[in-house]
Design a protein around this ligand. Structure first.
Ligand code: NAG
Ligand code: NAG
Ligand code: NAG
Ligand code: NAG
Ligand code: NAG
Ligand code: NAG
Ligand code: NAG
Length: 476
């Protein structure tokens, strides 16, 4: 058809008049079966043009197209440009052009070929779009399962689930009514990288055969845990003042060019992985809304497979409440090996306390008050101390209702660790040596006495309930 377009009716009439005989008596087996396919594909939206191609042999002089197993051909075409195929164009796909197509060809030497395999041509966009959603989330861990639910307000007969670029026929499922809607639930999993991608669903209905709804919204299924986890860090740090310019960096192995950052994800809140090409996430000047728990993922360009999540990074926003006070018990100078208690005390009613050491990459230590009654203070026990504990400490207070919002920092407390003096060693060693000498002397005396009068010793042992032989074996 194409520029030589004819209506199917006209074609049918032409065919009846011009090529009676071959149309009605297709001889099977003489020439090899042709192949048939649809361009751009077997699913075409209503109103779009498309072409059905039939490929037979170079000797073919005419091609016939059949629809819905009717014996009369719907259309006739000559081979194109003396190639071994013919194209049947449909200018505008409609509910009437949907159906099952076959083709055959004639060659002067071999007569009519047998008919091709059937090609099912579906027209989409006939009924309102259904909606597609994923439960519990469209971000799924490798090895996990997910349910994709397709539902429609309009009576659907069968629901179809298609993956973009997916091979094989669409998955299909009979619809059921649920809360006044028609729906089908497809379970996908256990997940691996190849399940990631874009899914859409459709339904057919009893109005016309081979007619489908508009496609649902696209659903992007992301699979995590396919690669090793990256690491997430914060500049200038994870403790920031409201107003500071904060940047998060996601570090991963070579070869990754997509990075996603999530905040406060949990089982209840849906996850979203919005990939970007840079591992830097500039959050700009932070406010209290930036406080929270962050994780990052790494992946490859145009792929729906992601790494495992990084370890969580807590971003704490400083400066929300008055500063607490910090003190050391018994004092800020501690001897090596001793313990010290750093006390953080708030004037206002706050129940969480954080202890941070200047220059330490570790997250601040956290203590939570069990007893709500005043005083609002917590004691951090440090030690037994080594020179590593020396440094400047600051504490913060917070409210467990807003766990990522901290008070202003307390004043700084400098902890000094004094090494034990060499004198202490000498005295200790002298005492130890003295003790050892004393024990040797006592043992010597015992030995001497035992040799001298074993009977007396054994008698003494027996009188205390011991077996003298075992007693002797043990000590001598
Ligand atoms: C036939 O071949 C010519 C030259 O190769 C090409 O330009 C033309 O588009 C072809 N016609 C069709 C219908 O494919
Ligand atoms: C996923 O489903 C399969 C069966 O369909 C089950 O064997 C497997 O344990 C499920 N995995 C998880 C993580 O629930
Ligand atoms: C993913 O799982 C499917 C079965 O659900 C399996 O056919 C396929 O080979 C798996 N792909 C990979 C990359 O493991
Ligand atoms: C919808 O599709 C299913 C499966 O392909 C088929 O069995 C059913 O007959 C179709 N319904 C209509 C009304 O065409
Ligand atoms: C924040 O810091 C980054 C680099 O750390 C810089 O490129 C950016 O311009 C800064 N933004 C503002 C608003 O100061
Ligand atoms: C991602 O892939 C697309 C298409 O292959 C390409 O145009 C784009 O430059 C790629 N982006 C990066 C960052 O590699
Ligand atoms: C603690 O802070 C004081 C004052 O800023 C500084 O002089 C001192 O070197 C710091 N101590 C350590 C161990 O960093």
């Amino acid at each position: 058809m194409g520029d030589r377009a004819r209506t199917p009716t006209l074609t049918a009439l032409l065919c009846l008049g011009l090529c009676r005989g071959p149309c009605d008596q297709v001889q099977a087996g003489a020439a090899p079966k042709p192949s048939i396919w649809a361009d751009p594909g077997p699913m075409v939206s209503r109103g779009s043009p498309m072409t059905i191609w039939c490929q037979g042999s170079l000797q073919a002089d005419v091609y016939h197209l059949y629809k819905d197993r009717v014996s009369k051909p719907l259309d006739t075409e000559a081979p194109q440009n003396s190639s071994k195929k013919a194209g049947f164009s449909i200018e505008s796909m409609s509910t009437h052009t949907a159906g099952v197509y076959q083709c055959a060809y004639h060659s002067r030497r071999k007569g009519w070929s047998e008919r091709s395999d059937p090609l099912l041509l579906v027209v989409t966009g006939v009924y309102p779009a259904p909606s597609l959603s994923a439960h519990p989330s469209h971000v799924v861990t490798s090895g996990g399962n997910v349910s994709l639910s397709c539902s429609s307000e309009v009576t659907g007969d069968t629901f179809y689930l298609l993956k973009e670029g997916g091979a094989g026929p669409p998955r299909q499922m009979q619809s059921r009514t649920f809360r006044g809607r028609w729906q089908a639930v497809f379970s996908v999993g256990p997940m691996n990288a190849s399940h990631g991608g874009t899914y859409r669903c459709y339904y057919n209905s009893s109005s016309y055969p081979h007619t489908w709804s508009y496609p649902s919204n696209p659903l992007h299924l992301e699979v995590t845990g396919v690669y090793r986890e990256p690491s997430l860090s914060a500049q200038p740090g994870s403790l920031v003042f409201s107003g500071d310019n904060l940047t998060l960096q996601c570090r991963s192995g070579a070869g990754f060019d997509r990075f996603a950052l999530t905040k406060d994800e949990g089982l209840t809140s849906p996850q979203h992985l919005h990939g970007q090409h840079s591992p830097y996430f500039p959050l700009g000047h932070v406010s209290h809304t930036h406080g929270g728990q962050y994780r990052c993922y790494s992946g490859h360009n145009l792929s729906h497979a992601w790494s495992a999540p990084s370890d969580p990074l807590d971003i704490l926003i400083v400066g929300m409440y008055e500063k607490p006070s910090i003190s050391a018990q018994p004092g800020p100078s501690v001897s090596w090996g001793e313990k010290v208690i750093l006390q953080c005390r708030s004037e206002i009613s706050l129940d969480r306390f954080h202890l941070s050491k200047e220059g330490s990459p570790a997250a601040p230590q956290l203590l939570r008050l069990q007893d709500a009654a005043a005083p609002f203070q917590a004691s951090f026990t440090i030690g037994p101390v080594t020179s590593n504990h020396e440094g400047n400490y600051t504490c913060y207070s917070s409210d467990s209702t807003f766990p990522y919002l901290l008070s202003l920092p307390s004043d700084t407390l400098e902890l000094l660790v004094s090494a034990p003096s060499p004198q202490d060693y000498t005295v200790e060693n002298l005492i130890r040596m003295g003790g050892a000498a004393l024990i040797l002397v006592v043992l010597g005396i015992l030995l001497f006495q035992a040799r001298d009068s074993p009977g007396r010793l054994e008698d003494a042992a027996r009188s205390r309930g011991y077996d003298p032989t075992s007693w002797r074996r043990k000590y001598i």
